[in-house]
Design a protein. Structure first.
Length: 822
């Protein structure tokens, strides 16, 4: 069988030991990088004219987003047609989807428009290409010193990738629950599997190339969005490009300010009382590693665990406040990470809508209600792309869809308000209709996914006791707030001088914001919980919520005033920055009062996902704010502005310490032998590595295997299924329960698996194997230890199965004949 049939085989072969093999391995990895990059280029250039036609309202016409849109549309078409049974999940199918996207692009660029489009966009396109290549290669250079798929949830991510590569149909098989499809938002894994299949790159290498791709797409996306936002703000094109780089750094590179505190603490700066007041438990201890690096352990993990909620029983549930820089250093290929570039694509769509919506004609009359005209929404060019582009976020990371869809809908509504000049019934009906098209159309585009998806979310829950300390919030978002709070206050003061009604609008906005917590609490739990929540806020302290309420009210009032064309459309960039700032603040405000209920029973996951989105939104707004400040300094160097700029510069340097120090620690100070093969830490020539390679080589399709269910987060457990993509009867049980919201199936399978491995009755063992359609039984060191497998058990296996592999303490059995499940 050809190794290319199953990409893990190539990883196993490339990981062979020996100096000659090491040199050829690195050479092979360079070929893999080139092949992967060429496939991305093919996908991006196929979508170039389509992207330029779609983004007619932006300065660069979407030059930085050609790869984003091309990859998303190619993946969407592949997923849809394979899900409907029209195609199979093959390389030919991928090529056909790229050809389909290219055909649409060429149709849109007929009659010699392609050459003119190239001349108009050449500079922006080449700049985006160079930036992507630099970011991609720089990240891979870091990743080469920390490539192993051997901790946290990397085995899960790798398993999803391999399971999709194994599956001929969608939804793909769940590698850790045989007989079931993946019940998780897997579109990001599908996009990376698409590139893996197209480029014929080994999946162990593809895992790290996928991370590099997501990082580079995030960098170029943030750059392109901020560059277009500030194009009308600065005089020179180069200045907008530099501000675009600021946006890329703010979104994807800088860390929060806790990392700088680690540096100060490690060098003995600050009193014991100061560190106790900071409230970070590890920093209350004496420093252990003086120097520029706090240590070579996982000290950098603490930056995402700043918030410690204390419940009435004194327990401290973990709260996650992750940010993109941490994600890229950690290297887990998770949905919230893979969704980053496409969240930025959604923001670019929103910015494009805000720019083109004022120029669209009035919507066609739909009806008249009580003497008021109701109109259909006026569609922008290629409006048909908006539902699949925005709807993809629900398939990439379901938490992102409501947030980014709301920004897109609001941007359209603001643009249409500028068109009508006032808030008419036609404006309201257009905005509402457009919102329904985006939401319902986005869900309809991915309906096959939602039909089979099972979520652990149980609805809105009330938060009674936990409140985020102001200091910890400032450590997380301090850099962005240092830019945005003074800018917001300055905008409010200037507007108050020009608009007499602004104080009244601000007061009304503040009353509305203060009404949000009881309204949300009432929805979540009823009147009694409103009272309990109010008591909890009074006892726990709601200083952060109060400060956020003031900022939200100012941002909302400024946006409201800007709905008039004379106030907003002439400064659309500021209006958009206010919109994303408002969205980011609202996300963090909401987590002080309610959370989405799940199996954890705390606000941990809600803070995690909402703060992650807020980081992107506030980072984009802050980059725009930097542009406003620099433009003011160019016109007049006022001392307050210079002090403000100096503070921002110092905080940026402090925030840049985190990725530099954390990256060096995670990469072991770059002391090892570089490789991008994430499976190289296991020897493929002996032991379990050789057994896994044999299975990958010999077994076609998605035959069911049996291995012992392992411990959560243990990379040595359920490695067979994760590395081959072959579905096992049960893998990480806790994760399966989270994905499906129930433990019922798991509770049935656990005793059945134990009965198989510990059984001595061949008939009963065979019955249980048939129940789950098992074709191969894996007996390795972990299975022997977990189930105390002895000669009697193996003798029972030998009576009903054939030993097809027996080497280095690993036995693989194959049932003599295939039997259907009961």
């Amino acid at each position: 069988m050809a190794p290319g049939r199953f990409p893990f085989l190539l990883s196993a072969q490339a990981a062979s030991v020996g100096s000659h093999t090491a040199r050829s391995c690195m050479g092979g990895e360079l070929v893999s990088i080139a092949s992967w990059w060429l496939c991305l280029e093919l996908i991006g250039w196929a979508a170039w004219p389509l992207t330029a036609t779609f983004f007619t309202g932006t300065a660069s016409r979407g030059a930085a987003f050609v790869k984003h849109l091309g990859l998303l549309l190619t993946g969407y078409l592949l997923w849809l047609l394979v899900s409907l049974g029209v195609l199979q999940n093959t390389r030919i199918a991928v090529v056909l989807m790229i050809a389909a996207v290219a055909a649409v692009s060429l149709t849109l660029s007929r009659r010699g428009r392609l050459a003119a489009l190239w001349r108009a966009q050449r500079r922006e396109l080449l700049t985006a290409e160079v930036l992507f290549a630099v970011a991609f290669l720089a990240y891979l250079a870091f990743r080469a010193y920390d490539p192993a798929i051997n901790h946290t949830e990397k085995p899960m991510d790798f398993g999803f990738l391999n399971a999709i590569l194994r599956s001929e149909r969608f939804p793909p098989n769940d590698m850790w629950l045989s007989g079931y499809a993946i019940s998780y938002y897997y579109f990001g894994y599908l996009l990376m599997a698409l590139l893996t299949r197209l480029s014929a790159v080994p999946s162990g290498i593809a895992y790290n190339l996928a991370l590099g791709t997501v990082f580079a797409l995030t960098i170029t996306g943030a750059y392109g969005l901020v560059r277009d936002l500030t194009a009308g703000l600065v005089r020179r094109r180069e200045s907008a490009a530099w501000l675009g780089l600021v946006g890329a750094v703010f979104v994807a590179v800088v860390g929060n300010l806790e990392g700088f505190l680690e540096l100060l603490h490690a060098n003995g700066i600050g009193s014991e009382a100061l560190w106790r007041a900071v409230g970070i438990q590890a920093l209350a201890n004496a420093p252990a590693h003086p120097g520029w690096l706090p240590g070579t352990d996982w000290w950098w993990w603490r930056a995402t665990r700043l918030i410690q909620d204390v419940n009435p029983f004194g327990k401290m549930p973990e709260v996650i406040a992750e940010f993109p820089s941490f994600s890229f250093i950690l290297g887990d290929l998770h949905p919230h990470v893979m969704a980053l570039p496409f969240g930025l694509l959604a923001l670019a769509v929103a910015w494009n809508l805000m720019r083109v919506a004022p120029g669209l004609p009035e919507g066609e009359r739909a009806a008249t209600w009580r003497g008021r005209k109701l109109a259909w929404p006026a569609p922008p060019r290629l409006a048909v792309l908006i539902p699949p582009v925005i709807g993809a976020l629900g398939f990439l990371n379901s938490w992102d869809l409501p947030t980014y869809a709301a920004v897109v809908i609001a941007a359209y509504a603001i643009g249409r308000a500028w068109r009508y000049g006032r808030l008419t019934s036609a404006w309201a009906s257009e905005s509402l209709g457009f919102g329904l098209i985006v939401l319902l159309g986005g869900i309809a585009c991915y309906l096959p996914f939602y039909i089979g998806f099972r979520s652990q979310a149980s609805g809105l829950e009330t938060l009674f006791y936990a409140k985020t300390p102001v200091l910890h919030y400032a450590l997380i978002f301090g850099l962005f707030l240092a830019v945005l709070v003074p800018w917001l206050i300055g905008q409010a003061l200037a507007t108050a001088r020009a608009e007499r009604r602004f104080p009244a609008v601000s007061a009304a906005a503040l009353v509305t914001v203060l009404a949000l917590p009881p309204m949300l609490t009432l929805i979540a739990g009823g009147p009694a919980e409103v009272l309990l929540s109010a008591i909890g806020s009074a006892v726990g302290g709601a200083w952060l919520a109060a400060a956020l309420a003031l900022l939200i009210a100012l941002a909302a009032a400024l946006l409201w005033v800007r709905l008039r064309p004379s106030a907003g459309s002439n400064d659309a960039g500021a209006s958009f920055a206010l919109l994303v700032l408002l969205a980011g603040l609202l996300l963090t405000f909401a987590t002080e009062f309610v959370y989405i209920g799940d199996s954890f029973g705390t606000r941990m996951n809600t803070v995690f996902k909402f703060y992650y989105q807020a980081w992107v939104l506030l980072g984009i707004a802050a980059a725009y704010g930097v542009g406003r400040l620099l433009e003011r300094l160019r016109r007049e160097r006022r001392p307050p502005d210079m002090v403000w700029a100096g503070c921002i510069a110092l905080l940026t340097v402090a925030a840049l310490y985190y990725p530099l120090a954390a990256g060096a620690s995670k990469a072991g100070l770059f002391a090892g032998r570089p490789t991008l093969n994430g499976t190289a830490w296991v020897d493929p020539q002996s032991g379990e590595g050789a057994a896994i390679a044999w299975l990958a080589r010999q077994v076609e399709g998605s035959a069911v295997i049996l291995e012992a269910p392992g411990d959560e987060y243990n990379a040595a457990h359920n490695r067979v299924s994760a590395w081959t993509g072959l579905p096992t009867v049960l893998g990480w049980a806790g994760h399966e329960a989270q994905w499906r919201g129930t433990y019922d199936e798991i509770s049935q399978r656990l005793p059945d698996i134990a009965a198989i491995y510990q059984g001595i009755d061949p008939a009963e063992i065979d019955r249980l194997l048939a129940k789950y359609g098992v074709e191969y039984v894996y007996v390795g060191p972990y299975e022997r230890q977990k189930y105390s497998i002895g000669p009697q058990n193996l003798a029972a296996f030998d009576r009903i199965m054939q030993r097809v592999y027996d080497r280095d303490g690993v036995i693989i059995y194959r049932r003599y004949e295939r039997r259907s499940s009961l």
